[in-house]
Design a binder for this molecule. Structure first.
Ligand SMILES: Nc1nc2c(c(=O)[nH]1)N[C@H]1C(S)=C(S)[C@@H](COP(=O)(O)O)O[C@H]1N2
Ligand SMILES: [Mo]
Length: 563
C-alpha cells in the first residue's frame, strides 16, 4: 500500500516531464504505407490459408487412401471415434443431453474447428528455413495415426491414410510457402526500401504463383475428400441391397395389437414407434456397412461346438415376430430414449440350445462389426423370454443405423448390455473374466431395466385449464410389466390413471388421467407420475443418475393453470 502511494506521484511527475523529452517521431502516414499495410494483412491471411489448405490435403488424401484400407481408417474419423470412446461418462451424458441425436455432427464440427485453428497457426509459423508448421502437421499426423492404429478393428495398414495424407500436406505447405517467401523478404526488418518490388512487377508475379499453387492444393484436397467419400460406396451397395431384401416369412406372428393399446391422446407417445422416430444410440461415427453376403456370426468360447453362421444359415432357421420395447440406460427421468417396435428375428434360445454351452459360462460377450462389445447374462437369453437375433424392424429390414443386417433384441435389459447392433461375434465367457465396452467405462455389468413413467401431455410449462385436462403418457418396466400408474398434483393424494390395454410385459403401457382443474387453482401446479411394476413394486422416488445402472425417480412437470 505504502509503496503504491509513494510511487504514484513519482509516476505522475515522470509523465508530466515527458512533453519536454524528445520522442522518436512516428513516421507520418503516407499514401504508400496504406497498401503496404494491406499487403501485410493479406500476407498473414495467405500464410494462415497455406496451413488450412495443407490440413485439408491431409484429411482429403487421408480419406481417399482410407477407401483402399478400411472404411473408418482415415485420420479424421479415427480421431472422432477415439474421442467418443475416450470421453468420460459425464461428457457422454452432456453430449446426449445437449445435442441429442445431433451429437455426432456436433463432434465432427468441433474437431473440424480445432483443426482449422491449429492449421492456421501452423501456416503462420512455417518459414522456409524454420519449418515449424510442417512439424505441427507432422505432430497432428502422429495423433491421427495413433487414433487409427488403436481402433479395435485396426491393422498396421491403418497407418497408411494418415502417412500419405501428412506427406501430401507437408509438400503442399512447403510449396505454397515458397511462393510467399518472395513476397515477404523485402518487407522484413532491414529490407532495403529500394529493393521493394513496384506493384505489378515481381509482386504480381508471386501473387499469381501463390494463387496457382494454393488453388491446386485446394482442388486436390476437395477432389480427394469427395472421391474418398464417394468411393466409400460400399455403404451405398449395402443400402441398395437392403432396399431389395426379402423379409423371412413368419409363421409365429406377433399377437395382434388389441384396440385400446394406443390411447390416442394428441401429443402422447404412440404404441409403436415408427423407424425414423426410433431413438438411436451407439458409438459408431460411420454406420457400419455390412452386406448379407459379408455377414457372419462367429460363435466360440465356452461352447462344445464352435461354429460360424452366415446369412443363409440364419434364413434356414425359424423366425418369430414380436413387439418389444427398447430402452437406453442413459435415459434421464422423463427422457425420450425408449422406443417400441415389431421385430422379426431368430430366437437366441433355440440357437444356444444347439451349442452345448458350458454351464460355467454366465456371459455372452457379443461384438459388433465395429468392435463394440456387450455382455449379456446367458440366463436372460435362455429363460424363455423372446431374446432374438433380429433382422427386421416394423416391417422393413433393419435400418442401417439400427444394426443391419442382424442385431440382438432382448426384452427387459438396457441396450448397452443386450442390444448389439451389427453383431458378428459371440463369445461364451464369464462375468469374472470379461468386461464389455461400457462396463470398462464405469457402467454396470448387468442392467435390468428400471421402472419408469413419463408424462407426455401436457408439455412442461404449458398453460392449461380451467376445466378437464387430460394428462397422458407412457410407462415401462420391460419383462415385469406395468400394473398401475398414478398421478398427483402439488404433492396431493395419488390418483390412479387409466391404463391402456396391456400388450405384453415386454412393452411399454400408455396411460391417461383426467384432471379437473378449477378456476380457483389458477397459478402454477406440479404434476408428478409414478408407476407400479408387474411385481407390485412402486417406482422409487429416489433420484439417481443414469450411471451406472439407469436413472430412478419420479418425473415432475410444472404447468400454469389459466384463470
Ligand atoms: N454395435 C453397437 N450396438 C449397440 C450400441 C453401440 O454403441 N454399438 N449401443 C447400444 C445401446 S447403449 C443402446 S441403448 C441400443 C440402442 O439401439 P437403437 O439405436 O437401435 O435404438 O443399442 C445398443 N447396441
Ligand atoms: Mo444405451
Amino acid at each position: 500500500m505504502a509503496a503504491e502511494n509513494d510511487s504514484a506521484p513519482i509516476r505522475r511527475r515522470r509523465r508530466s516531464e515527458s512533453p519536454n523529452m524528445t520522442r522518436p517521431q512516428e513516421p507520418a502516414q503516407t499514401d504508400a504505407d496504406r497498401p503496404r499495410r494491406g499487403r501485410r494483412a493479406a500476407l498473414l491471411c495467405a500464410r494462415a490459408a497455406t496451413g488450412i489448405l495443407a490440413a485439408g490435403l491431409v484429411l482429403g488424401v487421408g480419406e481417399l487412401v482410407s477407401v483402399a484400407v478400411a472404411p473408418n481408417s482415415s485420420p479424421f474419423f479415427a480421431v472422432g471415434a477415439t474421442t467418443v470412446d475416450r470421453a468420460p461418462a459425464w461428457a457422454r451424458e452432456f453430449a446426449i443431453d445437449t445435442f441429442a441425436t445431433n451429437d455426432k455432427p456436433a463432434l465432427f464440427a468441433g474437431i473440424a474447428l480445432v483443426i482449422v485453428v491449429l492449421a492456421a497457426v501452423a501456416g503462420l509459423a512455417e518459414r522456409p528455413r524454420r519449418p515449424a508448421g510442417s512439424v505441427m502437421l507432422f505432430a497432428g499426423g502422429a495423433v491421427g495415426m495413433y487414433a487409427a492404429l488403436t481402433r479395435p478393428e485396426a491393422t498396421a495398414a491403418w497407418a497408411a491414410p494418415t502417412v500419405v495424407g501428412v506427406a501430401a500436406g507437408i509438400v503442399a505447405l512447403r510449396l505454397m510457402q515458397k511462393t510467399l517467401a518472395h513476397e515477404s523478404a523485402p518487407t522484413g526488418v532491414g529490407a532495403d526500401p529500394a529493393s521493394l518490388p513496384t506493384p505489378g512487377e515481381r509482386h504480381g508475379v508471386s501473387r499469381r504463383r501463390f494463387f496457382a499453387v494454393s488453388g491446386a492444393a485446394a482442388a486436390v484436397a476437395v477432389a480427394a475428400w469427395a472421391g474418398g467419400r464417394s468411393l466409400g460406396a460400399h455403404l451405398r451397395d449395402v443400402v441398395a441391397e437392403r432396399a431389395h431384401l426379402r423379409l423371412p416369412s413368419v409363421a409365429d406372428r406377433a399377437a395382434p395389437i388389441p384396440p385400446g393399446t394406443d390411447i390416442d391422446v394428441p401429443g402422447s407417445t404412440s404404441f409403436i414407434t415408427p423407424n425414423p422416430r426410433f431413438y438411436r444410440i451407439d458409438t459408431a461415427l460411420q454406420v457400419p456397412a455390412v452386406s448379407t453376403d459379408e455377414w457372419q456370426l462367429r460363435i466360440h468360447g465356452m461352447v462344445g461346438r464352435e461354429r460360424t453362421l452366415d446369412w443363409d444359415d440364419l434364413a434356414a432357421r425359424t423366425p418369430v415376430e414380436r413387439i418389444i420395447t427398447l430402452t437406453c440406460v442413459s435415459n434421464e427421468v422423463g427422457g425420450s430414449l425408449a422406443g417400441n417396435a415389431t421385430w422379426i428375428g431368430y430366437p437366441m434360445r433355440d440357437l444356444i440350445a444347439e451349442l452345448d454351452v458350458d454351464p460355467e459360462s454366465d456371459m455372452l460377450l457379443s461384438t459388433s462389426a465395429d468392435g463394440f462389445t456387450v455382455g449379456t447374462p446367458v440366463a436372460s437369453l435362455t429363460d424363455g423370454r423372446d431374446a432374438m437375433l433380429a433382422v427386421a424392424m416394423n416391417g422393413a429390414p433393419l435400418p442401417l443405423e439400427h444394426g443391419y443386417p442382424v442385431r440382438q433384441v432382448v426384452p427387459g435389459l438396457y441396450g448397452f448390455v443386450s442390444a448389439t447392433k451389427w453383431v458378428v461375434d459371440w463369445e461364451f465367457t464369464r462375468f469374472d473374466r470379461a468386461q464389455a465396452y461400457w462396463t470398462r467405462r464405469g457402467w454396470g455389468a448387468k442392467a435390468p431395466i428400471k421402472t419408469a413413467s413419463r408424462i407426455d401431455v401436457p408439455d412442461a410449462f404449458a398453460t392449461v385449464g380451467p376445466g378437464r385436462v387430460r394428462v397422458a403418457g407412457t410407462a415401462w418396466a420391460q419383462h415385469r410389466g406395468i400394473a398401475a400408474v398414478e398421478v398427483r398434483v402439488d404433492d396431493g393424494p395419488w390418483h390412479p390413471a387409466t391404463l391402456a390395454e396391456e400388450y405384453s410385459i415386454d412393452t411399454w403401457r400408455q396411460w391417461f388421467w383426467d384432471w379437473d382443474v378449477a378456476a380457483a387453482d389458477a397459478g402454477s401446479a406440479t404434476l408428478q407420475v409414478r408407476a407400479t411394476d408387474g411385481d407390485g413394486v412402486v417406482q422409487t422416488p429416489e433420484r439417481t443418475p443414469p450411471i451406472p445402472g439407469g436413472a430412478t425417480g419420479w418425473q415432475s412437470i410444472v404447468v400454469t393453470v389459466r384463470e
